[in-house]
Design a protein around this ligand. Sequence first.
Ligand code: HEC
Ligand SMILES: [Cu+2]
Length: 329
Amino acid sequence: MTLVGLAAGAVLAAVAIFIPWLPDEASREAGLIDNAFWLVTIICAAVFAVVAGVSVYAVYKFRAPPGDLEDGSPIHGHTGLEIVWTVVPIALVVAIAVYSGVALGQAEEIPEDHTVIEIRAQQFAWNFTYPGIELQEGRQLSSGELVMRIDDPVEFRITAEDVIHSFWVPEFRMKQDAVPGITTRTVVTPTKLGTYPVICAELCGLGHPTMRSQARVLTAAQFDRWVEEQRRLAAEGASAGGMELFAQQCGSCHTLADAGTSAQTGPDLDSVLPGQSAEEIRESIVEPDAEVSQGFQPGVMPGNFGEELSEQQLDGLVEYLRESAGGGE
Ligand code: HEC
Ligand SMILES: [Cu+2]
């Protein structure tokens, strides 16, 4: 039994160690969370191996020989054994609780010097606002994608417009609910340049699987350039930025060749828009459910673009769609 156990243990340990089970660790907090995860996993695996091993051994070793119809001999329990199988699990569970509590405490510590980003979740889109950064007079920088500076701790202040959502970037590991009416918080210090998915991890309605965006981790210089670019687009009026706006806010659901998007949650705009007037397109954006496109469900496209986007941005978007759909007319 010991030899079989050791052999099986060696094989499983190799599987555990040599296959990359978890996504990249792209934040300072990720290591803490992963350690807690592996601690729990290893304890569970060891307990499972002991229980399953003893059960299988007992079934094999003590099975009744053919024709033996006798009752088993009566046993009165075993106090020593009962103490062991009560005390050991208690010790393990307490160890897991303490370790996880400490790890979570460390992960959620907010360094004095940090950036704040506000997250607004709504069916079925994300919005990220940067309170410290002005786009224009009195207008804060906000974006449909999350852009961060490497090694800069960010405190996220998270809320929701409608139902409960959950903010999650697997590579950062930290996950936090977005709840209407309250502000929840979490901290992430990105440590690896790259682009990662932002995912809603709480079933929130029909469009839940499409509630995705992206998190881009940039160097400080790239971040400043991105901010400048956003300012330039805002200053030029959104018309010039129609494509950027589309890619940020609409591209996760719609196909539009000109913007390089190919999502299929909503109608393929290259095929449905040609021939539509500016008013028709505008109404589809501001009041998506007034007239639901054939073959699609109402309630998936967010209904508040009319409030979210400025008049200028809407004009720019409609104009851009008129020009670009169907390869341009
Ligand atoms: C969460 C997914 C989602 C997002 C984000 C989204 N849409 Fe939609 N859109 C849909 C769905 C689903 C429909 C079809 C149902 C309906 O008409 O309400 C639709 C319909 C439309 C239509 C009508 C098409 C037709 O048949 O005439 C237009 C135009 C449109 N969307 C433009 C946009 C624009 C512009 C944006 C960004 C500002 C956007 N959508 C963002 C999912 C989405
Ligand atoms: Cu959601």
